[in-house]
Design a protein. Sequence first.
Length: 277
Amino acid sequence: MNQPKLSIIISCYNDPFVKEAIMSAFNQTYPLKEIILVDDGSNSETKAIINSFKDKIDVLITQNNKGQSVARNNGIKKASGHYILNLDSDDFFENDFSQKAIDKFENDKAIKIVTCKAKRFNELGKIDIFTPRGGDIEKFLFANSAMGSSMFRRDDWSKSDGYEEELPILGFEDWEFYIQLLKNGGYAYVIDEVLFHYRIRENSTTARIKHIKQEKFKHIVLKHEELYKNNFESFVINLFQRINEEEFQKNRNLDRTEYRIGKVVLTPLRFIKRFFK
């Protein structure tokens, strides 16, 4: 039986850590692989890093800055592999992840996504170990249940709309893409090992879009209207859970000592301000 080829896609924009991602891809023990790096309009410093590792890269795509989804889709279009592994340019995998992931795919055709446990870390060191839930489409309706850097089949990407190129404004393009992969069946498998290292940065996309999380969720629901209609009861239950959680957080903030002290101090100042208007 012929061994299936793996294409590892690294999209990069102004990232000094890209060298770690390139070496992570290069050091994967799975033998039949190609590394495709998409330089999404990076600055000269990042281009210099990429250039210094070009002997480790099989295909280098250079484009103007168009966002991560466009970069990923363009990388996958050039891929010749049966399997696709997306790798963000500031993260890295353990060397044996690809081999273990492909073994899972080859033994179970119902698997659409392979992910794993992740060590989350920042400049100070380890934060925690995160375990995605995995599972079928029901596990993905209200939250992403796989890491953004995961493996899937190229054919499944071809049958979908790919990574949505309008959603990066809101973030969570990984989540929406996984919904596409799973809405007609199959499931995401979680390898029960810490094989991925996820870097937390203050200026990351995830950090920047926290304040518009309801907008991005609304976007996904409206795009997959029939899917959520078919799961209407679960949708309503989740919606009210979100409302209750927000009310709880709001009330907890109102009860904080700092808030009460601040209210005492600011109330007379606000009165004086109104008086002199």
